[in-house]
Unconditional design. Structure first.
Length: 220
């Protein structure tokens, strides 16, 4: 298999991994920034209030797994180190669960912002006729990755961001739902990832189509 890997394929793998590292760094930085704005000093104390990808990279989830998955042509996936946060420090202007939801939502929101920056950069480069095929490939990879990271993390499952957001809106009478997701959400997600590729693909497809429509709208 290794003998059949072409330099072009290795280049694509490299682009994917670099884009994933950058996207995860933005995602985790936004978690850290939101927690800090709410009054929690922990992310800054732990060195996470930075866009430096090294501070957010997980050796397995950000580097090894994406490379192995790409080389084996398996579903591409990865994650960064979770940002440590202590809700007891959050401002009393929001509830503890509300603060956790804000911090959780900040990560996917950061991916949306980065996707917007990518589209803006593509439009600018297209305007001055500097959008080369190589640059377009990198920017489209960044765009798609950030769309996927945003949608994936908003799934209402723990330990994903969507699980924390859902918990903030569940009434007390439905707290058992959150308890169930805390206990089994990770297994449900693994099951979706390993066995439900078509389900996840169908979930991502309309968002990726919309992103592509925006791409062609700005680059012509």
């Amino acid at each position: 298999m290794l003998a059949a890997i072409s330099p072009q394929f290795l280049s694509l793998v490299g682009i994917y991994v670099v884009c994933l590292v950058l996207s995860i760094a933005v995602h985790e930085y936004c978690h850290a920034l939101a927690a800090s704005k709410l009054g929690d000093p922990t992310p800054e104390q732990e060195g996470r209030l930075t866009l430096n990808p090294v501070s957010h990279a997980d050796v397995v989830g950000t580097l090894i797994l994406p490379v192995v998955a790409a080389l084996g042509q398996w579903p591409l996936f990865g994650w960064g180190k979770p940002v440590p946060t202590q809700p007891r420090f959050y401002t009393r202007r929001v509830s503890m669960r509300g603060g956790m939801a804000i911090v959780a939502a900040a990560g996917p929101a950061g991916n949306v912002v980065l996707a917007g920056v990518v589209l803006g950069l593509a439009a600018l480069l297209g305007t001055v006729d500097q959008l080369t095929p190589q640059t377009a490939r990198v920017l489209q990879t960044l765009l798609h990755l950030n769309v996927v990271l945003c949608v994936l993390n908003l799934l209402p499952l723990h330990p994903l961001d969507g699980g924390k957001i859902l918990a903030a809106f569940l009434p007390a009478s439905l707290e058992y739902v959150d308890n169930f997701l805390l206990r089994y959400g990770g297994f449900i997600f693994i099951g979706l990832f390993l066995l439900g590729g078509r389900v996840l693909g169908a979930l991502f497809a309309p968002f990726l189509r919309f992103a592509d429509q925006l791409w062609w709208a700005v680059v012509g």
